[in-house]
Design a protein around this ligand. Structure first.
Ligand SMILES: [Zn+2]
Length: 288
C-alpha cells in the first residue's frame, strides 16, 4: 500500500510534511473523480453550458529537484508539464490583468490563470524563470525584503533581470512574521517597510501584497486595514479558492500548488473541489 501511494503521489511524503496524510487522501479522491467521469462531466458543464470564465491565482513556492520541502516544491519537470497544460487550456495573465473587471478583458471563452510565487527563493530564478520564458508566461513573485541576498534567496541582480522580462514583484513583508502574532506597530513596519524597500530597489510601485502563512487565523481586520492603508491595491491569502469578484480585494484566495500528479493539478484548477460537497470534505480532512 505504501509503495502504491508513493507512486500515486509522485514522491515520498516526508515525516516533516504537515499535510502529508491529508494530501495522500486528497490524491485518491482526485483519481476517483477523474476516472469515474465526474471531472469530465463537470468540465463539460462549466465550459459548454454555464460558460463560466474562472479566474484562478496559483501559489508556488519552490521549483527544485530534490525532495526537501516537498510540501512547497514542484520539480522543474513537473513545472514544465504544468505550464504546457496551462498554456493550452487557459489564458495565462498577470495578476494585474486578472484582477481587472472581466468585461474589460476579451479572450474568447478560456478561463484566466495567474501564477504567483511566495518568499523569493533562488530556485525561482534558476529553475522557474527559464521555463516561464520558454512558455512566455507572466508571474508575480512576493518577496520578503530582508531575505534578499541571503542563502537560498534571490538577490537584487536576479530580481532586476527578471523584471526586464516582465516578471512582477509584490511584497511579502520585511521578515515573514505571522502578522496576527505581532503587535500593531511591528505589523505596520512589516507591511509598509517592505513596500518602501522594494519600491526603492525596483523603482516602481509595489501594488500587491501576500500575507505570510496566509490562512484566516494569520490575519485579522486590523492587519487587512493596514495593508489597504499602506497603499497596496490587493492582497492574497493562502486560503484555497478562485477569485469570485465580490470579495474584498484584500482577502483574495489562491490555489496552492505542490508536487502532484497531473490529474490532481487538473482537478485543483477545475473548481470541482471548491463546490460545496467537496469543500466540506476538504475542510473535514484539513485540506483547505
Ligand atoms: Zn511565505
Amino acid at each position: 500500500m505504501q509503495g502504491f501511494m508513493r507512486k500515486l503521489c509522485g514522491r515520498p511524503v516526508e515525516r516533516s510534511d504537515p499535510y502529508g496524510q491529508a494530501w495522500r487522501l486528497g490524491t485518491i479522491v482526485c483519481f476517483l473523480l477523474y476516472f469515474s467521469g465526474v471531472y469530465g462531466i463537470h468540465r463539460l458543464f462549466e465550459e459548454h453550458i454555464r460558460r463560466r470564465q474562472r479566474r484562478v491565482v496559483l501559489t508556488y513556492h519552490r521549483v527544485r529537484d530534490d525532495s526537501l520541502d516537498s510540501h512547497i516544491s514542484v520539480t522543474p519537470k513537473t513545472f514544465d508539464r504544468q505550464l504546457r497544460y496551462l498554456t493550452q487550456r487557459f489564458t495565462l495573465t498577470s495578476v494585474n490583468a486578472l484582477l481587472a473587471p472581466p468585461d474589460q478583458v476579451e479572450n474568447g471563452r478560456k478561463s484566466f490563470v495567474a501564477l504567483t510565487f511566495d518568499d523569493g527563493y533562488l530556485d525561482n530564478f534558476e529553475q522557474a524563470f527559464p521555463l516561464l520564458k520558454k512558455y512566455a508566461v507572466p508571474a508575480t513573485i512576493f518577496l520578503v525584503s530582508r531575505w534578499l541576498g541571503k542563502t537560498m534567496f534571490m538577490s537584487r541582480h536576479h530580481i532586476m533581470e527578471m523584471l526586464e522580462h516582465g516578471i512582477e514583484f509584490g511584497s511579502h513583508t520585511l521578515t515573514h512574521p505571522v502578522l496576527s502574532s505581532i503587535n500593531s506597530d511591528q505589523a505596520k513596519d512589516e507591511i509598509e517597510g517592505s513596500k518602501k524597500d522594494l519600491e526603492r530597489m525596483l523603482r516602481r510601485a509595489v501594488r500587491f501584497f501576500a500575507y505570510p502563512k496566509g490562512k484566516h487565523q494569520d490575519v485579522n481586520p486590523d492587519i487587512i486595514r493596514g495593508v489597504a492603508a499602506a497603499g497596496y491595491e490587493a492582497a492574497f491569502m493562502a486560503e484555497n479558492g478562485a477569485i469570485r469578484g465580490d470579495e474584498s480585494p484584500y482577502e483574495l484566495k489562491r490555489i496552492g500548488i505542490r508536487e502532484c500528479p497531473m490529474i490532481v493539478f487538473k482537478l485543483r484548477l477545475s473548481g470541482l473541489l471548491e463546490t460545496k460537497p467537496f469543500f466540506l470534505i476538504r475542510q473535514a480532512f484539513g485540506l483547505t
